[in-house]
Design a protein around this ligand. Structure first.
Ligand code: NAG
Ligand code: NAG
Ligand code: NAG
Length: 278
């Protein structure tokens, strides 16, 4: 992650705010797509619209994960390199299948309560530089678009991106699960009432990922995630999109992540999940 405890390779110079943001195509006109479009100089497509084979610039995919496969398959081959993935969750399997692992990716640490509302940025007391992180060809382009909206974005290398990606996956998977398991209305309530359980799961997942992927997390994971939770405290809880989120950890196995897996199974038994565990 890009925090103070990081490797010191983050370029923390102030982002240049350009007069006109560079042109972009935005796919998806939900909360995130709509917010990005407000920076101007873009075309917004629905998820079923055709991507222009003669166009250029980044194609920001602000859709649900479930729409991605069709969008990639329908995208003109010469434009596939311009697809930028903004989704929550574990995209690596999909990106590997589609040979798009070097595409630009973004960890979007912001919340838009409803369409048209000003986004809440992932700028926290622990990470005043913001938590949103991007890597790849179009990362700087994306940073400029966010800067025009007064939102922050850290541009990092693909190596630095990896632990950050897993850290965000840990955030959404843990807080949603603990919140759902304990009938909390929001991630803020989950973090206030069940901080020990959250910390136990976060530690377990960090260790499991570190071993499995051979990566090192910067110190301060819990501080970063807790501070972010404080910023988006009203975010509702719910274990969703299992195959994109908790399944990555679930598949690490009961021996590696016992607390996470036991809690998931308990939730399943109590009928708190809208899907069956594999
Ligand atoms: C980055 O931030 C640190 C601490 O705030 C500062 O000392 C350093 O000069 C900054 N580096 C750049 C490139 O702005
Ligand atoms: C995968 O992508 C790389 C670069 O993006 C390209 O050079 C290579 O030919 C692609 N491989 C396949 C099997 O499509
Ligand atoms: C969380 O704690 C507060 C204060 O102790 C309590 O009022 C609330 O009911 C708790 N929420 C849950 C979901 O247990």
């Amino acid at each position: 992650m890009t925090g103070e405890g990081g490797e010191g390779e983050i370029d923390n110079e102030t982002t240049e705010v350009v007069d006109v943001v560079p042109f972009a195509t935005i796919v998806g006109n939900g909360r995130i797509g709509d917010a990005l479009a407000k920076a101007g100089n873009c075309i917004v497509l629905g998820r079923n619209d055709k991507i222009d084979p003669n166009g250029d610039g980044p194609i920001y995919l602000a859709t649900r994960n479930d729409a991605l496969e069709v969008i990639i398959d329908e995208c003109p081959t010469n434009r596939q390199k311009d697809l930028v993935f903004l989704q929550n969750g574990y995209l690596n399997s999909l990106l590997e299948t589609k040979n798009l692992t070097t595409n630009t990716q973004v960890l979007l640490y912001l919340s838009v309560a409803s369409k048209g509302i000003t986004p809440t940025d992932g700028v926290t007391t622990y990470n005043p530089e913001g938590l949103t992180t991007a890597c790849g060809e179009w990362a700087t382009n994306f940073q400029q678009r966010l800067a025009a909206l007064d939102l922050k974005c850290n541009v990092v290398s693909s190596i630095e991106y990896r632990p950050s990606m897993y850290e965000k996956l840990i955030w959404i998977s843990t807080y949603m699960l603990v919140g759902a398991a304990n009938d909390c209305r929001s991630v803020g309530e989950a973090s206030k009432n069940h901080s020990q359980q959250i910390e136990n799961i976060v530690n377990e997942l960090v260790l499991g990922v570190s071993v499995k992927e051979g990566i090192t997390f910067a110190d301060g994971t819990m501080n970063r995630l807790q501070s972010y939770t404080d910023v988006v405290a009203d975010f509702p809880c719910g274990v969703k999109e299992f195959e994109w989120r908790n399944q990555y950890f679930y598949d690490l196995g009961d021996d590696t992540v016992p607390i996470h897996n036991t809690l998931l199974k308990e939730c399943s038994k109590k009928g708190l999940l809208s899907f069956d565990l594999p």
